[in-house]
Design a protein around this ligand. Structure first.
Ligand code: ADP
Ligand code: ADP
Length: 226
């Protein structure tokens, strides 16, 4: 069953600009889908509509078979990772990762166990007492991913998560994200303007242009029919 379905989803901003126009995509459970295309083609708007951070003007969005157009972000059971990491600077790594669990009012022991597991998966064990300012870019990105995975969300949404990293680290983190997604098997929608990331990271690539879907296919299919 498709896990995330966009059915002729359209976004018209109040100023009249048509950012996304009748975009239809069916994303299978556990699939890793990349949204790629030049700046301004509608990638972030599409991702933000899936997250519930932007209203949908027309069309329908379903997650796990349920229409979610009107659901608040917190009721969609998805986790988002941003380019800017959006970590809380005054909190330690441990508290940043634990934050969604604290909000969800889990017990202290449950929180400790989940933070422990996430920090092991992401190799953050030795940094748990540091604050974000004292971490490298790659470590910060891992903390942001830790905060996303602790809640076992139904899907991950990632908006250019690697674009603040230098080239070498980008390649390394690409491999790590790929491994993490395979290990957890969580449906992932990943936005990038980087062709290499698009062709190496995803099961399927959606090429957007001017708010429309230009092409959808596996990286192999898109290589064969560029
Ligand atoms: P991308 O992520 O591919 O760079 P965006 O989804 O950010 O593209 O933007 C798609 C289009 O919508 C662009 O033309 C952009 O200028 C426009 N847009 C984005 N946000 C707004 C907004 N808040 N108000 C009006 N237009 C917007
Ligand atoms: P939401 O509104 O997404 O349900 P919260 O209101 O609890 O969740 O805030 C979490 C969001 O706050 C994060 O997604 C992040 O974008 C943003 N955020 C993270 N760190 C900071 C910070 N130091 N200052 C302000 N906002 C932050």
């Amino acid at each position: 069953m498709a896990d995330i379905v966009l059915d002729k989803v359209t976004k018209k901003y109040p100023d009249g600009s048509l950012a996304v126009s009748e975009v239809s995509i069916e994303i299978a459970d556990g699939e890793f889908v990349i949204l790629v295309g030049p700046s301004g083609c509608g990638k972030s708007t599409t991702l933000n509509m899936i997250a519930g951070l932007e209203d949908i003007s027309s069309g329908e969005l379903r997650i796990g078979g349920t229409r979610v157009n009107e659901k608040a972000p917190k009721d969609r059971d998805i986790a988002m990772v941003f380019q800017s990491y959006a970590l809380y600077p005054h909190m330690t790594v441990r508290d940043n990762i634990a934050f969604p669990l604290t909000l969800a009012k889990l017990s202290k022991s449950e929180i400790a166990a989940k933070v422990d597991e996430a920090s092991r998966i992401l190799d953050l064990g030795q940094y748990l007492d540091r604050k974000p300012a004292n971490l490298s870019g790659g470590q910060r990105q891992r903390v942001a991913m830790g905060r996303a995975i602790v809640r076992d969300p139904k899907a991950f949404l990632m908006d250019e998560p690697l674009s603040n990293l230098d080239a070498k680290l980008r390649v390394q983190m690409r491999t790590e994200i790929s491994r993490l997604q395979q290990r957890l098997g969580t449906t992932t929608v990943y936005v990038t303007h980087d062709q290499t990331e698009a062709m190496t990271l995803g099961d399927r690539v959606v090429v957007l242009r001017g708010g429309h879907v230009q092409q959808i296919g596996s990286p192999q299919e898109l290589y064969a029919n560029p």
